[in-house]
Design a protein around this ligand. Structure first.
Ligand SMILES: *[C@@H]1O[C@H](CO)[C@@H](O)[C@H](O)[C@H]1NC(C)=O
Ligand SMILES: *[C@@H]1O[C@H](CO)[C@@H](O)[C@H](O)[C@H]1NC(C)=O
Ligand SMILES: *[C@@H]1O[C@H](CO)[C@@H](O)[C@H](O)[C@H]1NC(C)=O
Ligand SMILES: *[C@@H]1O[C@H](CO)[C@@H](O)[C@H](O)[C@H]1NC(C)=O
Ligand SMILES: *[C@@H]1O[C@H](CO)[C@@H](O)[C@H](O)[C@H]1NC(C)=O
Ligand SMILES: *[C@@H]1O[C@H](CO)[C@@H](O)[C@H](O)[C@H]1NC(C)=O
Ligand SMILES: [Cu+2]
Length: 660
């Protein structure tokens, strides 16, 4: 169903010296609901799941109930189809929403959207949902090059139900072309049989003891446990060849995976799509939403070599350990696949290699981990870009929880959905958890149909914008920015006062909070909810950035550029982005349960240069489109003499303030 018309750019790639010329890449994606086996979710053309082929089970309806998952799939595939193009190509993806009752929108994670910021796919910000039965064609330019992914941005749970897939944007001139023969996409994700239960709102968090923090995870959509029906997923390579492996972490709830590969040195060449100076590594810590490109050469004895993905923070929640109140024990925190040499047919039944992989040779290099302050100094961009001493504008952003702390023993405190709201917002005001506008923000310029939400109007003249981000909460967050990359110029070295494991930095707070609190200098302690100062000794506080002493560790010369960033609990980071891409850009936590609870904000960049909205972009709500190419929508505004008055009334009604 995916027609790709980019022969011309393939030709160009072969002769890289020539000038680039854009091709048209067209896909048609039909989205339908399916009941699938959550460990093997792709529908095959005959309507059978792979594990049933040749097996006793003849009918797809024979799937055991304990394996069934209600999934939303693009063209019956999980992960969904790969969108592949060369930098600068025109992309057209026609979405046919064939679901009966689910509206959708699709976001292009890592793409800058060029001159079509209204195609970003953010429900409530750049568009209204694509309704059941409707079609919509996303059209945009493929930029920047790198490994990215697409996913649902209607509500957070739709991604875990299957609406996600890889994006590979190749460069016409790849600086690493000489290092590898072939490419492979490796999708990594935690998998959920019942995301509608486990990831709805607080999901696997205090207050919802139903689900463990993690239960299943897999590679390329397959979960394996070494049985005949569910073999470990394989990534097959040919001996003698080198591969660019594009690891894409399309996670839902798991904050990270430490990825290790037995018997093979890895060379890291790109992070979140940005090329970096190659370094040899033995493992890398991927955070949710991140992409790591590593070169691996199949230069060992044939066999199966273990690939180990460990959600290390969850390892503190294993059965037999101390399980803090409000948490469920996790059944496992390491998940396995194998690098399989083509022709090696013996399949592993335990997480131990076979053939050469039974006795892998030692590997060497760095353990690459951007949770640690030192991780940011192990490599740098291939083409570093300096940032000025002082930004044009600086925002201090706090992230945290509002409302009373959850306490399993106190009746009435078990309703995190009523009481607990996540937020990220400017310091100096009472934090405002995100509320979806009734009409898309980009369409109304934020002047209608919005409550008092964190919509930040970046001054038009500002180019360098600095964000000081304080995490005033007991859990790490993984932040994503739409439409832009940001440079990470400073990152807290929190290990001196708060350990890497969840127990010391997270759960101990409830047990003996004063120990940890006393390690943070008084003037840097901040409560997550200023109206609940008793939170000092509870869970909801952080040790903030110190603008007197911390700038000494900032890197203005060679900072890495990213669009994902994990900020450790009770800790901070400082990033900068260039306000040169006109649009309304989401900046939000990417953990599925934190999104609907309000941990989102938007930057309004260069409103004077934001292009008008084409009429086919879905809109909704009570507000007119301020700037559109549609004569009918424009006429509507002219005819409405009372528009201003109505807007004022409406704004009053929905409690809209400030952002004028
Ligand atoms: C959606 O597109 C398909 C394929 O082009 C077409 O058959 C169908 O009629 C369209 N549906 C709507 C509601 O426009
Ligand atoms: C493997 O997973 C299947 C499906 O969940 C389960 O029935 C089976 O018991 C598992 N086997 C092992 C050895 O874990
Ligand atoms: C996978 O990695 C984790 C973390 O390093 C380790 O504890 C575990 O033993 C590894 N699993 C195997 C089978 O080697
Ligand atoms: C990994 O690289 C080191 C050199 O940095 C080399 O000595 C070692 O043999 C390599 N290991 C494998 C398994 O190729
Ligand atoms: C440093 O932080 C203090 C307290 O938050 C603030 O008043 C001051 O304006 C900040 N200085 C700079 C240069 O940002
Ligand atoms: C609409 O957008 C165009 C292009 O950016 C701009 O020139 C024009 O001033 C805008 N009109 C309004 C009413 O904002
Ligand atoms: Cu979060």
């Amino acid at each position: 169903m995916a027609g790709i018309v980019n022969l011309f750019s393939l030709f160009l790639a072969a002769c890289t010296a020539q000038a680039a010329s854009a091709a048209l890449v067209q896909h048609v994606w039909t989205i339908e609901e399916w009941v699938v086996d959550y460990m093997r979710p792709t529908i095959d053309v005959e309507g059978y799941w792979p594990w049933q082929k040749g097996a006793e089970r003849k009918s797809p309806f024979d799937m055991p109930e304990s394996q069934r998952k209600n999934a939303y799939l693009v063209n019956g595939q999980y992960p969904g189809p790969t969108l592949e193009a060369y930098e600068g190509d025109q992309v057209e993806v026609t979405i046919q929403n064939l679901m009966l009752s689910e509206a959708i929108s699709i976001h292009w994670h890592g793409m800058d959207m060029g001159d079509t910021p209204f195609m970003d796919g953010s429900r409530g910000v750049t568009q209204a949902p694509i309704l059941p039965g409707a079609n919509f064609t996303y059209k945009f330019t493929a930029n920047p090059g790198g490994s990215h992914y697409w996913h649902a941005h209607m509500d957070a749970v739709q991604g875990a139900k299957g609406l996600k897939g890889p994006i590979v944007i190749k460069k016409h001139e790849d600086p690493f072309a000489g290092m590898y023969d072939e490419e492979k996409v490796v999708v990594v994700s935690d998998e959920w049989r019942l995301p509608e239960i486990c990831l709805k709102l607080e999901g696997a968090m205090p207050g919802n003891d139903v689900c463990a923090d993690i239960r299943h995870a897999g590679f390329n959509g397959q979960c394996g446990n070494g049985t005949k029906q569910y073999p470990f997923p394989l990534i097959t390579v040919e001996q003698g060849k080198c591969y660019r492996m594009r690891y894409i972490f399309m996670g839902s709830n798991a904050e990270n995976f430490q990825i290790e590969l037995a018997g093979h040195n890895m060379t890291l060449v790109a992070i979140d799509g940005q090329d970096v100076k190659p370094i040899q590594i033995t493992s890398f810590n991927m955070h949710l939403g991140e992409r790591y490109d590593v070169v691996v050469c199949a230069n060992q004895e044939p066999g199966n070599y273990l690939i180990n993905a460990t959600y290390d923070y969850a390892c503190n929640l294993k059965k037999g350990d101390f399980i803090p109140p409000g948490f469920s024990a996790v059944p496992a925190c390491s998940f396995y696949g194998f690098l399989n040499y083509k022709g090696w047919t013996e399949t592993p039944t335990t997480p131990k290699g076979t053939g050469g992989g039974a006795h892998p040779k030692p590997v060497s290099g760095e353990r690459f981990d951007l949770t640690l302050a030192k991780g940011w100094h192990l490599t740098e961009p291939l083409h570093p870009e300096e940032t000025p001493d002082e930004p044009d504008v600086r925002y201090v952003i706090n992230m945290g929880l509002l409302g009373p702390e959850y306490d399993a023993k106190k009746p009435g405190s078990q309703e995190p959905l009523d009481h607990g709201r996540w937020y990220m917002d400017l310091e100096g005001i009472y934090p405002r958890p995100w509320v979806n506008p009734t009409s898309p923000l980009y369409h109304t310029k934020g002047k209608c149909g919005v409550e008092d939400i964190p919509l930040i109007n970046v001054p038009e003249k500002a180019v360098t914008v600095e964000l000081v981000i304080n995490n005033l909460s007991p859990t790490a967050h993984v932040l994503h920015m739409h439409g832009n990359k940001f440079q990470v110029i400073n990152f807290a070295d929190f290990e001196s006062w708060c350990g890497l494991d969840k127990v010391s930095c997270f759960a101990l707070t409830w047990w003996d909070p004063s120990t940890l609190l006393n390690k943070c200098p008084k003037h840097l302690r901040k409560v997550g909810d200023p109206k609940n100062p008793d939170m000092w000794l509870g869970g909801y506080w952080g040790c903030a950035y110190d603008n007197q002493t911390d700038p000494k560790t900032q890197n203005l010369k060679t900072p890495l550029s990213k669009d994902m960033l994990q900020v450790w609990q009770r800790s901070w980071a400082v990033v900068r982005f260039k306000a040169t891409n006109p649009g309304m850009w989401y900046f939000h936590c990417h953990m599925e349960q934190h999104i609907p609870l309000g941990m989102q904000m938007v930057f309004n960049v260069l409103p004077s240069q934001q292009p008008p909205v084409p009429p086919e972009v879905p809109t909704m709500g009570p507000c007119p489109v301020v700037n559109t190419t549609s004569p009918s929508l424009a006429n509507l505004q002219k005819e409405n003499a009372n528009l201003k008055k109505r807007l004022a009334e409406m704004s009053k009604k929905v409690g809209y303030k400030a952002n004028a």
